[in-house]
Design a protein around this ligand. Sequence first.
Ligand SMILES: [Cu+2]
Length: 293
Amino acid sequence: MKLLHTLLVGTALTLAVPALAQTHDHEAMGHDMSQMESKNSDAKSMDMGGGHDEMTMQNAVKFTLSPDGNIQAGKTTKVTAKLTLLEDGSVLGERELKEAHTRKLHLLVVDPTLTDYHHIHPTPMANGEWSFDFTPLKNGQYRVWADVIPVATGKQEYIVADIGMPSKEKATIDQSTAMTSTVDGYTFTLALEGEPKAGAAVMGNVTVTKDGKPFTQLEPVMGAFAHVVGFTEDYKSVLHIHPMGKEPTSDAERGGPKLEFHIEPEKAGFVKLFAQVRIDGKDVFAPFGITVK
Ligand SMILES: [Cu+2]
């Protein structure tokens, strides 16, 4: 059985209040390489009218999203992402970003109800901008966290931007605890070795089964057998929980059924978690709900 050690790479991005942002690294088993630093965040959201949204954080990077058209449920829209260094306005293209988990740019996208999660890797364009296709399951606005490490700063940061027209109805988050979920016939069971508390680490694991039997054919995805991401109920923070320790050394390697990680939530409240694995060449996202005391 292959155990996966995942390090919580907690990151809090807030739009209007001071937040903690944590950088991450994954390394040899058991080494916690995370660093923390305080950041003040300030963001502004612009109306979608011109097909353009942006938020500027007091980070090193500015992130702008420009959809090609209206963001609509079931419709694929081409979106251009632009990352620039705030300091000098220089564009952060492929060469200006460091690779993390096999990619230069990771986008974590979710709707305000925290149910429709997308993990997207945009394609670099010749002008230094990035392009991706987005097909939401829902109408309304989506929030996008860009996970980047600029070569210039060497620091990982999450920058946030919204796309789509905000819905008039208030989004409701289902805050029920969900320790198991079934997707495409695979059952994912989350177990925590203790009560999750703000500021404290707790070990967790996800076990994958199919037809009641342990599933051991998880394929490598972004250099690991699982990636776990969490979104807090205030819709302001993402907990990026990345694998540590033994990682697949080739695409031919297979993992499962048990995937281990640490969770170290920064604040109390509901957290929606998604475990991302790859099965038969397809990414599968298993949702869970936990409440942090
Ligand atoms: Cu990614």
